[in-house]
Design a protein around this ligand. Structure first.
Ligand code: 16G
Ligand code: MG
Length: 545
């Protein structure tokens, strides 16, 4: 049996783990390992070991590692593993990642590594392949060096794709593993990604005009240069796509996600202060690794108006639902929408009652939504924060290509659906691909952002972060909409909610920081605020116990 012990010991000494205070552990959470970058070098090394094991377990299929901290400040970073089809790491393996990373010494690290290999029946002679990329954070270099040391120590083949958006890495992992098969996902290169999107964009537009200028705020992250690159592949003679890329300074690390980007816009509910936008201009923001998207404009009368993930979800569901009907496939394909508890209640009502589509609520975190969306032929999933995509089953994709159209209108609908199958990233939420999708839909419907916003009125809502001693004491059920523990807390929340009209509230432990989050919505802004404050007090009280 191949033995990596010596190589791991030697390399681990060069990329040590930073010990945490007694009783604390590193945890592979919803965003992988994410924290201050100076704690991550040893973690990145160990993630390299795990990625090798995972690839070997899956007979040498390529595994991805993305180095990014998304919308977090520039001083943070993160390491996250991507499975062969481009989806998130299988849940059981999060535990193995956590076990490897928390091994207290180099010797114990080797012991955990070998124990995992034995328990999971992994043959260490099987070839392993890992591909990786990083966002624009300066700490990415050190973390890549540590990752490569882990891959080299375990004899894994590895490919450095350098700067990438997170969804580009997911694309490349799937493209690598499907290369040369009937299910090939596209060329295995960054250029292949641009070519695929640009071609599908033109095809999906079917000659329709895109109105006006689109201003894209790139959070001063990796999405800026990548979007500019993509735009070169969109033929000017075929499509009039007038895009102004702003906040794309990737040379000054300190400006990353600073007062700009999708997370800023969504949480502050205002446009980035710089550059100042003219009223009426169509704008959108990506986050630091370009997997979230939020649209907005400054209205001359009502001021800032935002179109978030719920809006993108209902827009996509309505457009695709209509196309499926026009294509004559309504009885053949099941369409569904997946949301989390954070989805505005008005969006849920619109989708179920107006679009007449089923909605399923899952816990927060893309992996949960993605998994449930896979259960439909067409699964539309978005978090309110702007992360999401539309998944098409193999049956749906083959129906788009092979159904016999009975009329020119049916053929047109089938062709548009087939183009969407290529335009929409099937591996993970992709802000750049989602942005092209929104532009296609608005062009087809001949809609402005205001037309889009008029489809329904959001319920006023408020999100509050509550500091608690130990957030893990707060355990939820019913897709995080109800608290199971601490006993009594949910009853008090129920009592508070009853006092308001059209109200809803829930509290859950964050998956990314030691705090609880409280969400409340109600018929008016002041009621939503008041309810959120009340529930926050309840959580504070239970949190202090
Ligand atoms: C992570 C999740 C995101 C979720 C957020 C919630 C992924 C790739 N990312 O960033 O989907 O909305 O966590 O954070 O799954 P919270 O648990 O701190 O509220
Ligand atoms: Mg992100």
């Amino acid at each position: 049996m191949e033995n990596h012990d010596k190589a791991i010991l030697a390399a681990s000494a060069r990329h040590p783990i930073v010990p945490l205070p007694k009783g604390q552990f590193y945890n592979y959470g919803t965003a992988g390992f994410r924290m201050k970058a100076d704690l991550l070098e040893g973690i990145s090394f160990r993630v390299g070991l795990l990625a090798s094991l995972r690839s070997r377990k899956l007979n040498g299929q390529a595994i991805g590692v993305m180095i990014t901290a998304s919308h977090n400040p520039a001083a943070d970073n993160g390491v996250k593993i991507v499975d062969p089809m481009g989806d998130m790491l299988e849940q059981d393996w999060e535990r193995y990642a956590t076990a490897l990373v928390n091994a207290p010494s180099d010797d114990e690290l080797v012991a955990v590594y070998n124990k995992l290999a034995a328990e999971l029946k992994i043959d260490l002679i099987v070839p392993a392949k890992v591909i990786y990329g990083r966002d624009t954070r300066p700490s990415g270099h050190t973390l890549v060096t540590a990752l490569v040391a882990g891959l080299a120590a375990t004899g894994a083949e590895h490919v450095d794709y350098k700067l990438l958006t997170t969804p580009q890495l997911h694309y490349l992992v799937r493209a690598t593993n499907s290369e040369g098969t009937p299910l090939s996902y596209g060329k295995v290169s960054e250029v292949g990604y641009y070519e695929k999107l640009a071609e599908a964009f033109v095809r999906a537009l079917r000659g329709r005009r895109i109105d006006g200028t689109l201003v894209v705020d790139c959070a001063n992250g990796v999405g800026g240069p990548k979007l500019s690159e993509l735009l070169k592949y969109i033929p000017k003679d075929k499509v009039n796509f007038d895009v102004k890329v702003v906040n794309d300074d990737v040379l000054r690390p300190e400006v990353l996600n600073l007062e700009c980007g999708a997370d800023f816009v969504k949480t502050k509910q205002r446009a980035p202060p710089s550059p100042k936008q003219q009223p009426g201009i169509r704008c959108c923001s990506l986050d630091g690794d370009a997997d979230r998207l939020i649209y907005y404009w400054i209205d001359p009368e009502s001021g800032f108006v935002m179109l978030d993930g719920d809006r993108i979800s209902s827009l996509a569901a309505s457009f695709i639902g209509d196309l499926v009907e026009s294509a004559g496939l309504k009885n053949d394909l099941r369409i569904g929408v997946v949301q989390t508890a954070y989805a505005n209640g008005a969006s849920t009502t619109y989708i179920t009652q107006h679009l007449r589509l089923p909605v399923i609520c899952t816990p927060t975190g893309v992996k949960h939504l993605h998994h449930v969306a896979q259960g439909f032929d067409i699964g539309v999933y978005f978090e309110a924060n702007g992360h999401g995509t539309v998944l098409f089953s193999p049956d749906a994709l083959s129906a788009f290509r092979n159904a016999e159209p009975q009329s020119p209108a049916q053929k047109d609908a089938l062709d548009t659906l087939a183009a969407l199958g290529d335009l929409i990233n099937q591996t993970v939420g992709d802000a750049i691909s989602d942005m092209l999708l929104v532009e296609v839909i608005l062009a087809h419907k001949n809609w402005t952002l205001r037309d889009w916003a008029m489809t329904y009125a959001d319920l006023p809502n408020r999100l509050v972060r509550v500091e608690v001693g130990d957030k893990d004491r707060f355990r939820t059920t019913d897709a995080e909409r109800r608290l199971l523990h601490p006993a009594g807390a949910q009853d008090e929340i129920d009592q508070a909610v009853k006092k308001y009209k059209d109200a809803r509230a829930f509290a859950r432990a964050s998956g990314t920081e030691n705090a609880c989050r409280v969400y409340a919505e109600a018929a008016t802004r002041s009621e939503a605020n008041e309810l959120a404050e009340r529930v926050a007090h309840i959580i504070e009280r239970y949190g202090a116990q």
